[in-house]
Write a protein that binds this ligand. Structure first.
Ligand code: CUA
Length: 312
């Protein structure tokens, strides 16, 4: 939802309205001349057509005016481009990883989230990349959009000057759940942001309490940040992948190297499903899960499997 004019600093709108103004003016001028000529040079008034020789002043006018207009559009666009590509030096860097089908935001202190939280009045630099296919990050409220390309780093920046919650989504078709790659930019007052930023992070090396009493909210947050919940529900709802609910200990039919077989989803199977997901695909689901090898620590793997056991 767009509230107010959060993007006021961004010149995209002024360039848009400038070009729109030129277009509307030309539309009215052209239409008016057409109507005038239809009447003025109708057959009734001019029964005998005549040749018109060249008219130098008119030809110069219709060459020079459009050239000036096109140059003005170029300069307006160029100024906007330079503005958008010039990141203020005090911008807060946030690493953005796009992946099928969710967003991961990583802050300088290692904090991770699936929502982009930013403090008010602080420019933000987004360092974009993709873990798999092409995605594109789009924040309509700030008039910014850039591709996320695997193996490449791109960037964007914006200045959040109005508190609120704005849509952030993927605008490059990236597979079956492309439409689910939608999240929020939360523009928070400085104090709220600082409080959130300094509270215990859901970071990869986060210490987990030693007592094995499944720390559920933590693991849910971990599953969210790692992108698991984009495709797997924890409440039995069918999504792109099988639900986590009751996954542990269930007898499933899987497709292994093109052949169907049955197995019981035990620790070993769940671990394999995370690290080598293509090996045994649960029948009826597409073979699209990316391997989590190197993306999850051993501790996280253990925690997740431990948590799945509790989802009866
Ligand atoms: Cu990611 Cu569309």
């Amino acid at each position: 939802m767009i509230t107010g004019w959060p993007h006021l600093a961004n010149p995209a709108d002024s360039v848009f309205f400038f070009i729109l103004g030129i277009s509307v003016t030309l539309l009215f001028l052209n239409t008016a001349f057409m109507i005038y000529f239809v009447i003025r040079y109708s057959r009734k008034r001019n029964p005998h057509p005549e040749d018109i020789k060249e008219n130098l002043p008119i030809e110069i006018t219709w060459t020079v005016i459009p050239t000036i207009l096109v140059l003005l559009i170029f300069f307006a666009g160029w100024k906007g481009f330079v503005y958008m590509r010039t990141v203020p030096p005090d911008a807060m860097p946030v690493k953005v990883t796009a992946r099928q089908w969710s967003w991961l935001f990583e802050y300088p202190n290692g904090k991770q989230d699936s929502v982009l939280r930013v403090p008010l009045h602080k420019p933000v630099k987004l360092l974009l990349t993709s873990a798999d296919v092409l995605h594109s990050l789009y924040i309509p409220a700030y008039r910014i959009k850039e591709d996320c390309v695997p193996g490449m780093n791109t960037y964007l920046w914006f200045q959040p000057d109005t508190p609120g919650s704005y849509d952030l989504f993927c605008t490059e078709y990236c597979g079956v759940a492309h439409a689910d790659m939608i999240t929020k930019v939360e523009v928070m007052p400085r104090e709220d942001f600082d409080a959130w930023y300094t509270e215990a992070a859901v970071a990869p090396e986060r210490p987990v309490p030693p007592e094995k009493k499944a720390p559920r909210p933590d693991i849910e947050a971990l599953l969210n940040v790692k992108g698991c919940l984009a495709c797997h529900s924890t409440d039995g709802t069918p999504k792109i992948g099988p639900t986590f609910k009751g996954a542990y200990g269930r007898t499933v039919t899987v497709v292994t190297a093109g052949k169907e077989r049955e197995l019981v989803a035990d620790d070993e199977y769940l671990k394999k499903s995370l690290l080598d997901p293509q090996a045994d695909i649960v029948k009826g689901f597409p073979p699209i899960m990316p391997s989590q090898k190197g993306l999850l620590t051993d501790k996280e793997l253990e925690d997740i499997i431990g948590y799945l056991k509790t989802l009866k």
